[in-house]
Design a protein around this ligand. Structure first.
Ligand SMILES: *Cc1c(COP(=O)(O)O)cnc(C)c1O
Length: 426
């Protein structure tokens, strides 16, 4: 169904909302359950406080030689050391970027540039990477590079063996995401790193969904380059990190001054960098405790939604992020489901933020073998430690009602129930 038409039809039946989108409930109370933490997270108190203090006190340009500038340079250096410590690398291996997308672009273009110079123009990746990776690879293909897309199977998990089989004499880069942003599946990063190390190929991982949520140690895990983004772990938006192992020559995407050792020009966003350092440290310190809480809530949510007939969990049930739930419901249109849930105070997603609003089904769901009709009926719910058991119970109930309501209006569902069409999800 046309997305805009759906929105128009549902807008008529939807109740009024306040300025920031809270649904007006009984007794004029506003309620909202935020379950879209893979799209972005709310800033933590720690990160906000660190940024506010920085904005009030550290206003110098780190490139200035006077004391105000040098105070900023010191704050910047400090943040770099703290972030490096969280990743298990040296502060000299950290480059600040505008976020995950830029870090992915710079990592891939750097490896391609070095490879291209010595006739190595082959890259190995998976079919379900983030668009920041896939679109950068598309650009390289137009410049004569060849890309192998590894199959991620129905469970959304790669085997290290596939990587070793795909590496050739002319392979200059393997880029595999740590955890998928739509279905949350986690890849065997350390083993993939080992394969690449043994074959002398640079290994980059988009760890945007993993950073602050899963253990990272770039040395232990044989990672040569890694991307992360602060707003996915309760830090600010518009700031990220590219870790590149000493010896890897980075290509400059932004030309100008000599900031970031000449690899990324522009006056540093000190408040955001400080906020990111505070958020990452906090996320790493509370990781185990939060993972336990989140995976308990996640499994309750999965068990509840699995009771809906003709539904299927997308991605491996165990090898997934502690806070990720992703389902397909047959005979349901994802966008309509989102709007109904929003009306019930639940913020969810049908896939990645970049694909919602477009009519193309998610490339991630297609990559794990879901057919177009099924991929259109997807729902992603991604948790944070702020969510509660009551919210999860309410959400299960709300999704059950919304799916039932949409199926009741759906000619496709009627055809399925009448046996005119065969169910794909049994
Ligand atoms: C969010 C995300 C990105 C993009 O990060 P930005 O900081 O928003 O540019 C890249 N890769 C993955 C896996 C993501 O989830």
């Amino acid at each position: 169904m046309n997305y805009l038409l759906t929105r128009w039809v549902l807008a008529i039946i939807i109740k009024p909302t306040d300025k920031i989108g809270n649904t007006k409930r009984k007794g004029n109370a506003y309620m909202r359950i935020y379950l879209d933490n893979a799209a972005t997270t709310k800033m933590s108190r720690t990160a906000t406080d660190a940024m506010l203090a920085c904005m009030e006190n550290v206003y110098g340009n780190p490139s200035s030689l006077h004391s105000v500038g040098q105070a900023a340079a010191e704050a910047l250096g400090n943040a770099r050391v703290r972030i490096a410590k969280c990743l298990g690398c040296s502060d000299r291996e950290i480059t600040f970027t505008s976020g995950g997308s830029e870090a992915d672009n710079q990592a891939i273009l750097s490896a391609a540039c070095a490879g291209g110079k010595i006739g190595k123009k082959h890259i190995v990746t998976t079919a379900f990477e983030h668009h920041a990776v896939l679109h950068t690879l598309d650009k390289l293909k137009r410049e004569g590079f060849e890309v192998t897309y590894l199959d991620v199977h129905e469970n959304g998990v790669l085997l290290p063996r596939q990587v070793s089989d795909a590496i050739r004499e002319d392979t200059c880069l393997v880029t595999v995401m740590y955890a998928n942003n739509e279905i949350g599946t986690v890849q065997p990063i350390e083993a993939i790193g080992q394969v690449c190390r043994a074959k002398g190929v640079i290994f980059h991982t988009d760890a945007v969904q993993a950073a602050g949520h899963l253990h990272i140690d770039v040395k232990e895990q044989n990672i040569d380059m890694l991307s992360l983004s602060a707003h996915k772990f309760h830090g600010p938006k518009g700031i990220g990190v590219l870790y590149a192992k000493t010896g890897i020559d980075l290509t400059t995407l932004v030309e100008g001054g000599a900031q970031e050792r000449g690899k990324r020009a522009g006056t540093e966003n000190i408040p955001a960098i400080i906020g990111m350092a505070a958020a990452l440290e906090e996320a790493c310190a509370t990781m185990d405790e939060h993972a336990k809480k989140l995976s308990d809530l996640r499994d309750k949510l999965i068990a509840g939604l699995a009771e809906i007939p003709h539904s299927v969990l997308n991605g491996d049930a165990c090898k997934r992020l502690p806070g990720n739930v992703n389902f397909c419901f047959e005979g349901v249109e994802g966008e309509s489901l989102l709007l109904l849930l929003d009306d019930k105070g639940i913020c969810a997603s049908s896939g990645s933020a970049c694909t919602s609003g477009s009519l193309e089904p998610s490339h991630v769901l297609l990559a794990i073998g879901r057919v177009h009709d099924i991929a259109h009926g997807s729902l992603r719910l991604t948790l944070s430690e702020e969510n509660t058991g009551e919210q999860i119970a309410y959400t299960v109930q709300a999704v059950k009602e919304a799916v039932g309501y949409l199926r009741g209006m759906s000619p496709v569902w009627r055809a399925l129930v009448n046996g005119e069409k065969e169910f794909i999800i049994k």
